[in-house]
Design a protein around this ligand. Structure first.
Ligand SMILES: [Zn+2]
Length: 117
């Protein structure tokens, strides 16, 4: 079967239902990256690793000796990414993540504040 270019919104909904609130928030608002590790590389250059304070995803930067970026990559926690072949998550798919994140926030804040709506 051909892989869809754009992920089907029902597939995104099913996937979003498997994600913890912290993953939904990162998918909605972006990662909250901070320094995790940095070190000089043998033979020159540096590796710098940032880590998301929320979902623990890592962003790796390979830098040359002048700190120009040679390469970047992500290392995601298990379960963060949709299955390969799901397709690109477009605007409608992102609305699914945002909706799930907002509803999770409402639930969490209601419990914290002891209120029900
Ligand atoms: Zn994150």
């Amino acid at each position: 079967m051909d892989q869809p270019l754009i992920a089907d919104v029902d597939d995104v909904r099913a996937f979003a239902a498997t994600l913890p609130a912290k993953f939904l928030r990162c998918r909605d608002l972006g990662h909250n990256m901070g320094p995790h590790d940095a070190y000089p590389l043998e033979g020159g250059g540096y590796e710098r690793i940032l880590k998301c304070r929320s979902c623990k995803a890592k962003r790796l930067y390979l830098l040359d000796e002048d700190f120009s970026i040679i390469n970047t990559s992500y290392d995601y926690p298990d379960g963060y990414l949709a299955e390969r072949g799901t397709g690109r998550i477009d605007r409608d798919g992102r609305c699914v993540f945002r909706g799930a994140a907002v509803l999770a926030d409402i639930e969490t804040l209601s419990q914290r504040q002891g209120r029900k709506r």
